[in-house]
Design a protein around this ligand. Sequence first.
Ligand SMILES: [Zn+2]
Ligand SMILES: [Zn+2]
Length: 422
Amino acid sequence: MPVDTELYDLLGVSPNASEDEIKKAYRKKAKEHHPVQNRDDPGAAARFQEMAAAYEILSQPETKGMYDQFGMEGLSGGRGGGMDPNDIFQMFGGFSFGFDSGPGGFGSARRKKGQDSVIPYEVTLEDLYNGKSVKMNLEKDALCSVCSGSGAKGNAKPKKCVKCEGKGWTFVHSQVGRNQIGTSRAMCTECDGQGEKLREKDRCKKCKGSRTVKEKTRQELSIERGMANQQRIILAGAGDEEPGIPPGDVVFVLKQTPHDSFQRSGNDLLTAVHITLSEALFGFSRILVTHLDGRGIHVSSPPGKIIKPGESIVAKGEGMPVYKHPDTRGDLYIVFRIDMPGEEWLNTVDRAQLEALLPPKRVDVEPRPAVVDEAQFELSDIADARGRAFPTSSDFFDHGDEDEWEDDDDDDDDDEPECRTQ
Ligand SMILES: [Zn+2]
Ligand SMILES: [Zn+2]
């Protein structure tokens, strides 16, 4: 009586079963539990593998003898190998073989559909605002039309693989230590784990037995208004075809290129507009922004309002269209940059008169410091000084990161997109 009957139990036979009975039992079980027949049962593949492994051991006198005498321990590299005898299938280490090895064999038996094709697609902010439809040519694996995906010529049938006797894998014994034999399995190289193989002369002429051919297809990609950067557009079933399973999908991933004038945050937009000193003081009524759809956005400032540097306004409902609800839109934030007049201008006016009109200059601080040194007036590049002299964690010059402007009233960062000239 064997010390362990688990493998016999798996095949549903008695430990006294003959070679022939074991073989018959395995064939019946394998058919019943084959993953292709049990696609909706996630455990089927694992059970199938366990039975195949059990049969592999019990069908060979050498390994059967070791199992009967010592149990799984006897097959794990000698007695007392330190392995848990209950953990029988872990010992074989190689049980995951083939299942992730790509097309064919056990791999395709487990996969529920063909490979998805993931394609990055560059879009502009205008595309996401206005929507866009793009037609393009793609190449995919399609089932061969000549052999309907069988890979065979006419009615030729694949022959059972001689090397693995139709199992798709072979049992490999190797020396793992002194007087110890390790046992592992490897996918059959002769049939790539299929268990059967078409003879050269039986292969379909068009696909040469590979069952699929490259095919050009024309696809239409619909970029809807309000879609987001990184959003995925899935063309279901437009991907690669494989025999016996539904085709994969084509998945486009939108990648928005940076915009010269606008930044997007959710459904809101941010832009910066330069106004003159005169406009800041006395107001304006003009087209401030050309929008992403080419419309001019006209704004009149309220009478008597002085616009200070970095101040912002919000144009409600002038942001991005909301995805799937394009009639609803976010808001457009406009940050003001005030252009000071140049020296040439100063030379054309009566300075004394202008100075008298403007608010008075400041006088020295009170109380006056006991020691006062004179420093040179030297123009500097603040961005340069910031990079060189201040640690990156310093927020001395920072007024909020440009990526965090959302919900931030303090919008006067220095890195907003360039203003458009208009
Ligand atoms: Zn084979
Ligand atoms: Zn073919």
